[in-house]
Design a binder for this molecule. Structure first.
Ligand code: PRX
Length: 651
């Protein structure tokens, strides 16, 4: 991985506006006063083991843990010796009291259909699904690939895996057949759970067909369980493919939740890194649940009567931690929505908030920028008075989008929690505590209790306030990834080798005079498109797999809506012409290999890529070209690039 010089990432952004929470909000909050917050932080700092042990007592253990933390750098174990079950904590635990008939899930389909599941109903659905998994030969430790839209059954399937100790590997349903095959192969998944299709802007997306294509390239899958969602005709391969409605509903709703070790893998989730191959981030059971649960309280200030809506797809970590595990472990009523924010019209999200009287709303800056573009009137035609807290995640939020969210959606009444975290961190790490923190638009503010985050230089030394540097975490935290699936060396290299003795996030940041963190985005070869992480190498490999392409370099280009757009510089093998037709073909090729979200926005043909003497592509230069050059679409070129690169090398 190449890490840019932190001095270069010094940001010019200086935001002076400050927003304290209202007294009305603070008075009812879990954490009400600065003194309470500071006491919590002090305790976490001075007695971390006792602090986290107390947090861990908020969940049910079948067998108590003997030791809080075992830190064998860079490998960590939390709550050693403890046994528990994540599904039990998310479902069964709520059945013995007043939450039994509380609504767990308010689900809304894109076409306008809806379903409501109470905790009791959820328990039965999960029990049946878990028994079906067992009947299909899935046991503890087996991997199950889930390739589904946001449907109740997708959540049920995740929990059913957890119930029997199987490891789910959810693959975002927007990923292509090739991306699905790669993930199934890496995980050696035994079962794939999918749907005939999913609704997206009124169209049925053919997921089962993608699965069929993917399974042609995999050998580990024994069975494929298919839920009927859209009702289109699909090919069912005898002996391998089974309909959900023929297998699951007939099962008994009773299925014992197995007691697994605190460090038993709960799931793997693939995320982009700095090489062409996605990384299988491994999360385990005990620490992850404790961390997600505590953040429901600290960050989202969840109360039992709240309706909580996180708009993330279950294919991303945000969907795992804040659509499934966090809210359910907390016994919340959650909203989940299957489709697009602009279907049938631009006010679908506001309509859902009004319909379900949502209290806590958590979404991504890229969505907010779209709402700004679509105009205030879409928001204003709905009664959003139920909202009391707003959140964002996934990328830095520009202060103007923050102000719009505050003013138009929150009516200047709702605190905003800008939450910084990563697939690897498992749960929120840096965020306001809404009853206490004075927020500044664009800052994720301060680390949560027990999170020791710092901004350092490349040698790991401190940097002064308001200087750009690299964001690192100094102490282990319960939700952290444990390793990369079957690749502990890559885990060490990726996160613990670049800066001595600490976890390196890959992000640049600065800390201001109040100790607030301002995240400046990735400093490695990862780009953030609409809040989704893409490895530039991954896209480059996809481009190079096209027969006309000799070499490719991909960089991010600033984009008003998506944060970053994908810009590709491509050299062709001799004799091939860089035509508009080929440009389109390459864009489609990448979408086919990875998924539509990786489709390059710009493809520029060039006869050579600027390189250093050692042959390394000068991405920095390409970024500048991509950001500054309005004529990026045309094919004029290379001379300037190579001249420029030679000039730079000689500087
Ligand atoms: O660059 C940071 C950005 O998203 C990256 C993590 O991406 P991913 O693993 O896909 O997880 C996204 C959802 C947790 C980070 O390294 N990022 C995430 N949240 C923020 C952010 N950047 C700035 N502010 C945030 N609140």
């Amino acid at each position: 991985m190449s890490v840019n010089d932190p001095a270069e990432i010094t940001s010019a952004l200086r935001e002076e506006r400050k927003f304290p929470p209202s007294r009305q909000f603070s008075e009812r909050a879990w954490i009400k006063t600065l003194a309470e917050y500071e006491a919590l932080c002090r305790r976490a700092e001075q007695e971390p083991d006792a602090f986290w042990a107390e947090c861990a007592r908020e969940i049910d253990w079948f067998q108590p843990f003997d030791r809080v933390l075992e830190w064998n750098f860079p490998f960590v174990k939390w709550f050693v010796g403890g046994k528990l079950n994540a599904c039990h904590n998310c479902v069964d635990r709520h059945l013995n009291g007043p939450r039994r008939n509380k609504v767990a899930l308010l689900w809304e389909g894109e076409p306008g259909d809806s379903r409501v599941l109470t905790y009791q109903m959820l328990a039965e659905e999960v029990g049946r699904c878990a028994n079906a998994l067992k009947a299909l030969g899935v046991g503890a430790g087996d991997r199950v690939a889930i390739y589904m839209p946001v449907l109740p059954e997708a959540i049920v399937a995740m929990l059913a895996c957890a119930r029997i100790g199987a490891i789910h590997s959810v693959v975002f349903a927007g990923f292509s057949a090739d991306a699905l095959a790669d993930r199934i192969n890496d995980a050696e998944a035994k079962l794939c759970i999918t749907t005939d299709g999913g609704w997206r802007r009124g169209q049925a997306v053919e997921l089962k067909r993608n699965v069929d294509d993917a399974l042609a390239r995999t050998s580990s899958i024994e069975k494929c369980l298919v839920l009927r969602r859209v009702g289109n005709a699909v090919a069912m391969r005898p002996g391998r493919d089974l309909w959900w409605h023929e297998v699951v509903p007939g099962q008994s709703p009773h299925c014992e939740a197995v007691a697994v070790d605190a460090e038993h893998t709960l799931y793997t989730l693939y995320t982009s890194g700095t090489t062409g191959k996605p990384k299988g981030v491994v999360h385990t059971t005990g620490g992850y649940l404790v961390h997600t649960l505590m953040t429901m309280r600290w960050v989202f200030d969840l109360r039992d009567e709240d309706v909580f809506w996180c708009t993330a797809d279950i294919g991303w970590v945000t969907g795992h931690s804040y659509t499934v595990y966090g809210p359910l472990a907390a016994g919340a009523t959650l909203v989940a929505y299957e489709g697009a924010p602009n279907y049938p019209e631009n006010d679908r999200f506001w309509q859902i908030i009004e319909k379900y009287r949502v209290n806590i709303f958590y979404t991504a800056p890229t969505a907010i920028r779209n709402f700004v573009k679509w105009g205030d009137s879409w928001v204003e035609r709905h009664d959003l008075s139920s909202l009391r807290l707003l959140g964002t995640v996934g990328e830095p939020i520009n202060p103007e989008a923050w102000m719009w969210y505050h003013r138009v959606v929150g009516k200047e009444r709702c605190p905003i929690v800008d939450t910084w975290w990563q697939t690897e961190t498992g749960a929120i790490m840096i965020s306001p505590m809404p009853g206490v923190t004075v927020t500044k638009p664009g800052s994720a503010t301060r680390p949560l209790p027990g999170v020791v985050a710092e901004v350092v230089d490349r040698q790991g030394g401190p940097v002064p306030a308001n200087h750009g540097g690299l964001l690192v975490i100094r102490r282990p935290w319960p939700g952290m990834l444990r390793t990369l699936f079957r690749d502990p060396q890559r885990y060490r290299d990726q996160y613990f080798s670049q800066i001595d003795g600490v976890y390196f996030t890959g992000d640049g940041a600065r800390r201001d005079e109040d100790g607030y963190f301002w995240i400046m985005g990735r400093v490695d070869d990862v780009i953030n498109v609409a809040g989704h992480r893409l490895g530039t190498m991954e896209i480059e490999s996809a481009l190079v797999s096209h027969p006309s392409v000799a070499e490719a370099a991909v960089v991010g280009r600033p984009d008003d809506l998506k944060g970053q757009a994908v810009a590709a510089f491509v050299t062709l093998i001799s004799g091939k012409q860089g035509t508009d037709g080929l440009r389109e073909e390459l864009r489609t090729h990448v979408a086919k290999h990875i998924g539509a979200l990786a489709r390059p926005d710009y493809v520029r043909f060039t006869e050579a890529l600027p390189k250093t003497r050692s042959g390394k592509i000068m991405r920095r230069l390409l970024k500048q070209v991509a950001a500054g050059d309005e004529t990026l679409g045309d094919t004029t070129t290379l001379e300037d690039l190579s001249v420029l690169s030679r000039l730079r090398e000689e500087e």
